[in-house]
Design a protein around this ligand. Structure first.
Ligand code: UT7
Length: 321
């Protein structure tokens, strides 16, 4: 079996920023409520008129990741894109991104696991590399969630944002991806979903969430998966250098940090700046902390996510700069 390591990361956020104060002007909410209950201060919103799409954001994040890895696009032989908001039914966003990058071979496909999508994608690409099916993979989380937001529903519209993050996963002598853990339980499908719709509306349009119930499940499930990940690696929680969590709510993140006994200084938080960007949130957070120098060579990273489905997952990573 071969190993894989993260060789470069990148991200891309739409230009337009929507602050809590902006939201106050058209929804019955307050900056204070949003900050206290979620930790969110602002989010980025894609503008289709400026050509910002799931594929364009994902491709730009991928270009940045390639630059950071000091690699050319034609060295990539696998593209996995995690998204819940593809620009069209088909071709896949992965094929669109492949085309934008000028790559003409190697498999390219989308993964749909909502907020856990990036962890699912990382697991899949890691297995491709481990079994010799690929040498250099792009794993991208890209979302234009604003398309699925009902701007008159204050309980959801304040939460979500758009963006993309990417990693280059490269074959390596030393293991960079130490383990991955994926789960799903479809019986919770009604707590967080875009409803199917009926009659003339073949598909529902907007996110609906029973926030409180999702919150409780997210906290307990993430605590469990963190334990599972440490046990699988025979590792003590004190050995984790950085928690790189899905960015849904600052209070959920803080609960997982407490479980790991990690002070918040060792937790990468971007929810304040990005809101919940679903599959893009973990790679966006990872890229932020690698670029600003917090994550250093040999650091042990706990990546985790929980989302619609429900799906959840984690990855324990040794960062090899
Ligand atoms: O990424 C996928 C996973 N998603 C998540 O993990 C999200 C999980 N859920 C959450 O993060 C939280 O449940 C929310 C942030 C969505 C909501 O926070 P909460 O503390 O659970 O609030 P709540 O839903 O219990 O609502 C409390 C009150 C309600 O008013 P009453 O009934 O107490 O009078 C809501 O109507 O807050 C009200 N409320 C708002 N008030 C001002 C709900 N949304 C807003 C709002 N502004 N935007």
């Amino acid at each position: 079996m071969k190993h894989a390591r993260i060789a470069g990361t990148g991200s891309c956020l739409p230009e337009q920023v929507l602050s809590n104060e902006d939201l106050e002007s058209f929804v019955d909410t307050t900056d204070e409520w949003i900050r206290e209950r979620t930790g969110i201060l602002q989010r980025h919103i894609a503008d289709a008129h400026k050509g910002e799409s799931t594929a364009s954001l994902g491709a730009e994040a991928a270009r940045e990741a390639l630059k950071a890895a000091d690699m050319e696009a034609d060295e990539i032989d696998l593209i996995v894109v995690a998204t819940t908001t593809p620009d069209q039914k088909f071709p896949s966003t992965a094929c669109d991104i492949q085309n934008l990058l000028g790559i003409h071979s190697g498999p390219a496909f989308d993964v749909q696991a909502v907020c856990s999508g990036f962890i699912y994608g990382l697991d899949i690409a890691n297995r491709f590399i481990a079994t010799g099916g690929a040498h250099n993979a792009l794993v991208i989380g890209a979302e234009v969630l604003s398309r699925l937001v009902n701007w008159t529903d204050r309980s959801t519209c304040v939460l979500f944002g758009d963006g993309a993050g990417a990693v280059v996963l490269k074959e390596s002598e030393e293991p960079g991806i130490l383990s991955t853990h994926l789960h799903a339980d479809g019986s919770y499908n009604r707590l967080l979903h875009v409803p199917r719709g009926d009659g003339e509306h073949a598909l529902g349009q907007y996110i609906e969430m029973r926030g409180n119930e999702v919150f409780r499940m997210a906290v307990t499930t993430l605590e469990r998966i963190v334990e599972e990940t440490l046990e699988a690696n025979n590792m003590d929680r004190h050995e984790v250098d950085w928690l790189v969590p899905h960015q849904a709510n600052h209070r959920i993140i803080a609960a997982t940090a407490r479980k790991l006994n990690l002070p918040m200084e060792r937790v990468v938080v971007t929810v304040d700046q990005h809101g919940n960007t679903s599959a893009a949130s973990v790679p966006l957070a990872l890229d932020t902390a690698i670029r600003d120098g917090r994550i250093q060579d040999q650091n042990i990273l706990m990546l985790e996510a929980f989302g619609g489905g429900f799906t959840w997952g984690s990855a324990l990573v040794r960062y090899l700069a």
